[in-house]
Design a protein around this ligand. Structure first.
Ligand SMILES: Cc1cc2nc3c(=O)[nH]c(=O)nc-3n(C[C@H](O)[C@H](O)[C@H](O)COP(=O)(O)OP(=O)(O)OC[C@H]3O[C@@H](n4cnc5c(N)ncnc54)[C@H](O)[C@@H]3O)c2cc1C
Length: 522
């Protein structure tokens, strides 16, 4: 962005267009992905979120780029294949900077039966085949293998050595940060011409347009759009009464990795007494480990921010107690977070379908009249498959409306800051900024220098020993990523908000960034 230009990712409706080709509701991974796809096809796009970028489920995930193994376990080969293909695209082409290979160990203990171990081994071998079939090389994600007890302990010193027989080591993908994927998608969409607005709620949709409400000013406005795409996640039923979604809650704990005794691999721990159910321990780049996942019905109104229950926390702590040498005590639990996966009530009310496996696309309106509009709802799926979901939703919408547009380009469209791994490794920039912004690390620093006039030592100093966030990235969050409030910086441009004690320490720096950048002419 050059000084004097208006940022395209920002809060509110001021100067937003009232006539576009495509209006997208929701700025999670799906909506941001739809906005990017549509803008890259040459369409005029406005995308809005009632709150902020990545305010919904997209920031509460396990941050995995799934290869689809768990879908194979349910016999859903097509879904697994789609997931493996999308994982490969993200890791090798569109977002190498935001994705990393993740080793994952299934510990084999005295309690693991031979049949159980054989099932895991078969699953990992099938995953290897899937990876190969999807075109992802063993250089990107190595083949799975059996490891002995000594190697298992070297990879995961946190494991209890007594009774450990070894482990099965597989590889999958992980995201640097799920919210960062969304923020990067939104910024890339803006670079391709999309208008990206937060704090704008869509109160009603219809074929041909929607009614919008600016949450900050109270202004209401009608926007005309041939195609409206409802990508509002578990809230999609609020805008499409024909959809009946019943969410189910997935909870993670946040613990300090060092308190567990160290982990250089993720762990996939079989839940005692249950078939094909695992609790994952996922070490993060910031020295924390996420422990999840639960699956609990969450009936009733869908909250803006779901809360874990004491029962879910106790269940996860219990599973850890079975495998770790030093299970975390109450003082080691830094925080917990929960996200909602959508379940779609079946036609005629018979049972539910778990949309976290495959996404659904529904079209309302248009069809016969030239120039008529349509509303397309896209719901379910996963972060890993956001690109494919966006493509399917737009293809359906373009067919329904007859809107002329180019072909989908996103398979080969790098997200902002993307570059091949060797290029990223050779960049002369602070490693934390490279991990979160790729080749844009230098833009982040240059922007912060020019906006604040501060030196690099100040701009790059870690906010605290446990929260290595820098002033440079917080300033960039305001100037280029639409952060309008302190919580945007703490909870979604960075993930400090996952650990309440870190949040208190970083808050003053976030306030300083807003003060420095909010008033600057960018
Ligand atoms: C616990 C859990 C763990 C998961 N882990 C993984 C994982 O490791 N890997 C993976 O690939 N997938 C994972 N998933 C799935 C993945 O997180 C979701 O499929 C994905 O984030 C959904 O994105 P979305 O954009 O469709 O919805 P959301 O991220 O919820 O976005 C919807 C947005 O719409 C906005 N909105 C709602 N109503 C309105 C309105 N009226 N007007 C304007 N805006 C509105 C909301 O504020 C929100 O920001 C997980 C899911 C859960 C629940």
């Amino acid at each position: 962005m050059t000084p004097g230009t208006t940022p395209r990712v920002r809060a509110g409706l001021a100067d937003a267009p009232t006539q576009v080709d495509v209006l997208v509701v929701g700025l999670g991974a799906t909506g941001a992905g739809v906005a990017l796809d549509a803008a890259a096809r040459g369409l005029r796009v406005l995308v809005v979120d009632a709150h902020d970028l990545a305010h919904g489920t997209s920031r509460w995930s396990s941050k995995l780029v799934h290869g689809g193994l768990r879908y194979l376990a349910h016999g859903q080969v097509g879904v697994a294949r789609e997931s493996a293909i999308e994982r490969g695209l993200l890791m090798s082409r569109t977002a190498p900077h935001l994705t990393h290979p993740l080793p994952m160990l299934v510990p084999l203990t005295e309690a693991t039966g031979h049949r159980e171990a054989a099932v895991v081994r078969t699953g990992l071998a099938a995953g290897d085949l899937l990876r190969h079939a999807a075109g992802t090389g063993a250089g990107e994600l190595p083949r799975s293998r059996r490891v002995g007890a000594a190697e298992a302990l070297a990879l995961a010193p946190a494991l209890r050595p007594t009774g450990l027989r070894g482990g099965l080591l597989g590889w999958d993908g992980r995201l640097e940060d799920d919210a960062r994927l969304v923020v990067t998608l939104a910024r890339t969409a803006a670079q391709h011409g999309a208008h990206v607005r937060t704090r704008v709620r869509v109160v009603a949709t219809r074929p041909g347009g929607a009614d919008l409400l600016d949450a900050r000013t109270g202004e209401q406005r009608e926007v005309h759009a041939r195609l409206v795409v409802n990508a509002s996640g578990v809230w999609a039923g609020d805008l499409d009464p024909s959809l009946r979604l019943t969410p189910s809650r997935g909870t993670h704990l946040v613990v300090r990795t060092a308190a567990l005794g160290g982990l250089s691999t993720a762990l996939s721990v079989p839940v005692p007494g249950e078939r094909a159910r695992f609790v994952l321990l996922l070490p993060q780049p910031d020295g924390t480990t996420y422990v999840g996942l639960t699956d609990e019905p969450a009936p009733g109104p869908v909250p803006d921010v779901p809360e874990p229950t004491p029962g879910e926390v106790a269940f996860l702590v219990d599973v850890l107690g079975g495998v770790l040498a030093h299970p975390p005590g109450p003082a080691d639990l830094l925080g917990a977070f929960a996200g909602l996966r959508p379940l779609l009530a079946g036609a005629g009310g018979s049972g539910t379908a778990d949309l976290s496996r495959r996404h659904a696309v529904r079209v309302r309106g248009a069809g016969s009249r030239a120039g008529a509009g349509a509303v397309v709802t896209v719901v379910g799926g996963k972060l890993t498959t956001y690109r494919r979901m966006a493509q399917d939703a737009l293809d359906a919408g373009l067919e329904a409306t007859g809107l002329a547009a180019g072909a989908c380009r996103t398979r080969d469209l790098p997200l902002a800051g993307a570059a091949p791994r060797p290029v990223l490794a050779a960049l002369d920039a602070p490693p934390r900024l490279v991990r979160r912004f790729g080749t844009d690390a230098s833009l982040v620093l240059a922007t912060a220098r020019s906006v604040t006039g501060l030196d690099d030592v100040t701009l790059l100093a870690p906010a605290s020993p446990t929260a290595p966030v820098t002033l440079a990235e917080l300033v960039f969050g305001v100037t280029h990523e639409g952060a309008a409030e302190v919580e945007d910086l703490l909870d979604r441009r960075t993930r400090v908000g996952l650990v309440p004690t870190d949040t208190d320490q970083v808050r003053p720096l976030a306030e300083r960034a807003l003060a420095l950048a909010g008033a600057a002419p960018v």
